[in-house]
Design a protein around this ligand. Structure first.
Ligand code: ADP
Length: 159
């Protein structure tokens, strides 16, 4: 069974993330989307809520599981028996960072490979940080995030 791990902050999950996840779920037997819990950074959306939003938004994907971790991605990947890391690549902006991450992860764990999926057209310029900025000022983010996330940000998030 081919298990892939899709790690990230997902603060919040966007339609760009969801597109990568849907495509990865067709390539692998099991995909674990895992929220990296960075304890030194104050998140925009609390970890528990982020996990709940991701669970709701990925309900239609039968071979996708939602998880979270602290510490090194390679260690968590090993504990899940994932052979592959999934990452998304948007035009130009992500390249340097993703390249560095790939090399560091390969150095730390040779047996763990990475599959980098190109962002689909409409999502090339979409990021969680932009969504956060627009949401803070009550702008419309419904074209950028799954409906449950838009509802949460519009009506429930304590800004
Ligand atoms: P991180 O904090 O690890 O960068 P993110 O939640 O921002 O976590 O992103 C997780 C992964 O998804 C990264 O590989 C990132 O490049 C990718 N990604 C982010 N936004 C998009 C998008 N709009 N389209 C495709 N991939 C994306």
């Amino acid at each position: 069974m081919r298990v892939a791990l899709y790690p990230g902050s997902f603060d919040p999950i966007t339609l760009g993330h969801l597109d990568i996840l849907e495509r990865a779920s067709k390539l692998f037997d099991r995909v674990i989307i895992a929220v990296a819990n960075n304890t030194t950074k104050q998140p925009f959306i609390a970890l528990g809520k982020r996990l709940e939003l991701i669970r709701e938004a990925t309900q239609h994907l039968a071979n996708v599981e939602v998880s979270h971790f602290e510490g090194l991605t390679v260690q968590f990947a090993k504990s899940c028996q994932a052979a592959v890391l999934i990452r998304g690549l948007r035009a130009v902006s992500d390249f340097e960072h993703e390249f560095q991450m790939f090399h560091m992860n390969q150095t730390l764990e040779k047996s763990l490979d990475s599959v980098i999926l190109m962002a689909s057209g409409p999502f090339q310029f979409l990021s969680s940080s932009l969504v956060r900025e627009v949401a803070k000022f009550k702008g419309d983010i419904s074209h950028a995030v799954p409906p449950n996330v838009a509802h949460y940000l519009n009506h429930e998030h304590p800004f």
